[in-house]
Design a protein around this ligand. Structure first.
Ligand code: ATP
Ligand code: MG
Length: 232
């Protein structure tokens, strides 16, 4: 399986506090990886390093073989925008824009034709089952709908890798399940590589790999039953 993301010997500390300690990890194209662990274990920090949002003190991250941190900040931002998307736990939608406009925005910034982006955004909105509220403002829609809007917005640039920090963290289980079904589908049908941080073990098991982080180190890697079944 082709390796899409490879991290080697990552270290990160904040104010002398070692948060990530010598983490190495390789992610194959098409993986759906869940990172779990206690609060403060370093999950978000690891995700930021893998996504190139934060720089490690030591170690490297190769994205499709390219050494991310050997690039300057502008180049890193360009690679990130082209290849990846990131959904933050409390992802802020622009309150003055409609659902459709929010989804279109990263596409517009990327400089593609407006008409093409609009068509693409409408398809994504349909895919996320939020067509009904496409002209609503974020304040007028539910938390689950906001999260699905954030997901559609993340997908508008057609990322190879989708990073998500607690994508269902603020949602009830029903709204959370809808998000997880969508992610599963994006991974299976659209071959998007997914790396998510989650507290929820059931949601973690929707992926094919689970990494347990403890005090900044990978304590264990588990393969989910789902994955074992598909391999047999
Ligand atoms: N920007 C920062 N400045 C200083 N300390 C930080 C910073 N970011 C994270 N930390 C510290 O690093 C440790 C790991 O934080 P991190 O956010 O990665 O944990 P987490 O596993 O995502 O936790 P949670 O489940 O609560 O989100 C924590 O002790 C946190 O206080
Ligand atoms: Mg976190």
């Amino acid at each position: 399986m082709e390796i899409i993301l490879y991290a080697e010997g990552l270290f990160k500390s904040y104010n002398g506090n070692n948060v990530i300690k010598d983490i190495s990890l390789s992610v194959s194209k098409g993986d759906f990886l869940s990172i779990i662990g206690n609060s403060g274990a370093g999950k978000s920090t690891l995700l930021y390093l893998l996504a190139g949002i934060e720089k490690p003190d030591r170690g490297k991250v190769l994205l499709e073989g390219k050494d991310l941190f050997s690039l300057n900040d502008t180049e890193i931002a360009a690679v990130r925008a082209k290849k990846t998307s990131f959904v933050f736990q409390f992802d802020n939608l622009f309150q003055d824009l409609t659902v459709l406009e929010n989804v279109m925005l990263p596409g517009i910034i990327s400089g593609r034709k407006r008409k093409e982006i609009k068509n693409n955004a409408e398809l994504l909105i349909e895919y996320m089952h939020i067509s009904r509220i496409r002209d609503s403002k974020p304040s007028e829609i539910s938390g689950g709908e906001q999260q699905r809007t954030a997901l559609a917005r993340a997908m508008i640039t057609n990322p190879e890798i989708l990073f998500l920090d607690e994508p269902t963290g603020s949602l009830n289980s029903e709204a959370g399940n809808i998000i997880m079904d969508i992610l599963k589908n994006l991974n299976k049908e659209h071959k998007v590589t997914i790396i998510q941080v989650t507290h929820n073990i059931t949601n973690a098991q929707r992926g094919n790999r689970i990494i347990l982080l403890k005090d900044g180190v990978i304590q264990e890697e588990l393969t989910t039953e789902l994955d074992i079944n598909t391999k047999n």
